[in-house]
Design a protein around this ligand. Structure first.
Ligand SMILES: [Zn+2]
Ligand SMILES: [Zn+2]
Length: 347
């Protein structure tokens, strides 16, 4: 089968690999139906990489598929069922998993070659930019097959966003600023609108994405290369936003500046090559609260309900679907800010 492999720094190569064979009784073999290209993949493929990943690994962690074979200890599922995959299979037994913090599962982030050791699928263990993937039973979630593949493939990013929204507790009437109008910024925009935010400003340099943000519920969009976001926020929101969501990576200082006193900032953009300097005086005088949010293992159930209910226009986040052979084209489009979520259909 063909697979897109992280071959060397900055290099993703499509090559022939062996179809995986089920060896552990607690795993399932999944036929991939759809897999989203993530901003994390772009970060992994940067030179130098802005996100760690295992060299030689098949990438692709945001996927949905169909069960083709089940290990004898995978119960509650059957062959042919549509599933979504939580690509972060926590161990369930380490201190952080038992404390209720499975997103920070200790062995999951201690990279290890031991068989059966949990690893993030599509980053440190073989992922879904191919036809078949083996996943452990704790990564499986059922999804109604009526949910279109390209929507179901949004499960992992949506679960991360729902986890972050839980922390912010946005109240009806609040002012929200979102930095970044990529797929993540757009999912935040929809959820902030659903939570009753009275005004949402999205700051995004790419015109294509600013249009999409308006379509997803933003009240105003700003091109930060053309105008000062701080001035627009002062004009539109007076003392500042109640909440600012950083969905880019290096913009924490901007987020701290645009919130009002007591404002909440959420750092979601994940770029490990940047270390922005916090404006300490602004941060402490305004008594800003900064949240970090990472993945969302505990949000999958809610994510599935959101998808199955059809209440959010999630289709607006998906700009293209393409075959695996076109993955480099998709990545190039995303780098130019010309696409939103691009779903690869490998089968
Ligand atoms: Zn992702
Ligand atoms: Zn654990």
């Amino acid at each position: 089968m063909k697979a897109a492999v992280f071959e060397a720094v900055g290099k993703l190569v499509i090559k022939d690999v062996e179809k995986p064979v089920l060896t552990r009784s607690t795993d399932a073999l999944i036929k991939v139906k759809g897999v989203g290209i993530c901003g994390t993949d772009l970060h992994i493929l940067q030179d130098p990489p802005a996100h760690p990943a295992k060299m030689g690994n098949i990438l692709g962690h945001e996927f949905t598929g169909e069960i083709v074979e089940l290990g004898e200890d995978v119960y509650g599922y059957s062959v042919g069922e549509r599933v979504l995959i939580d690509p972060h299979p926590g161990c369930g037994v380490c201190d952080e998993c038992r404390r209720g913090f499975p997103d920070n599962c200790i062995p999951l982030y201690a990279q290890c070659e031991e068989p059966g050791h949990p690893d993030t699928i599509g980053i440190f263990s073989p992922g879904a930019y191919t036809s078949y993937v083996i996943v452990p039973r704790q990564s499986l979630y059922k999804i109604d097959p009526k949910v279109p593949v390209e929507i179901a493939a949004l499960a992992e990013p949506l679960s991360c966003v729902i986890n972050a929204v839980d922390k912010l507790q946005v109240q009806p009437g609040e002012f929200v600023v979102i930095l970044g109008g990529g797929p993540i910024g757009l999912l935040f925009t929809m959820l902030m609108k659903a939570n009753g935010a009275s005004k949402i400003i999205v700051s995004e340099p790419a015109e294509f994405r600013r249009k999409a943000a308006l379509d997803c519920g933003a009240d105003l969009v700003v091109d930060p290369k053309q105008e000062s976001l701080e001035e627009v926020v002062a004009r539109e929101m007076g003392a500042g936003a109640d909440v600012c969501i950083e969905a880019v990576g290096p913009l924490l200082p901007t987020a701290v500046r645009v919130v009002r006193a007591g404002g909440r900032v959420l750092q979601f953009g994940h770029d490990e090559t940047v270390n922005p300097e916090l404006p300490i005086g602004v941060f402490l005088k305004k008594e800003v609260v900064i949240y970090g949010a990472f993945i969302g293992k505990r949000s999958f159930e809610k994510t599935i309900r959101v998808m199955e209910s059809g209440k959010l226009p999630l289709e607006k986040v998906v700009s293209h679907t393409m075959p695996l052979e076109d993955i480099h084209k998709g990545i190039a489009m995303l780098r130019r800010g010309e696409g939103l979520k691009i779903i690869i259909m490998p089968n």
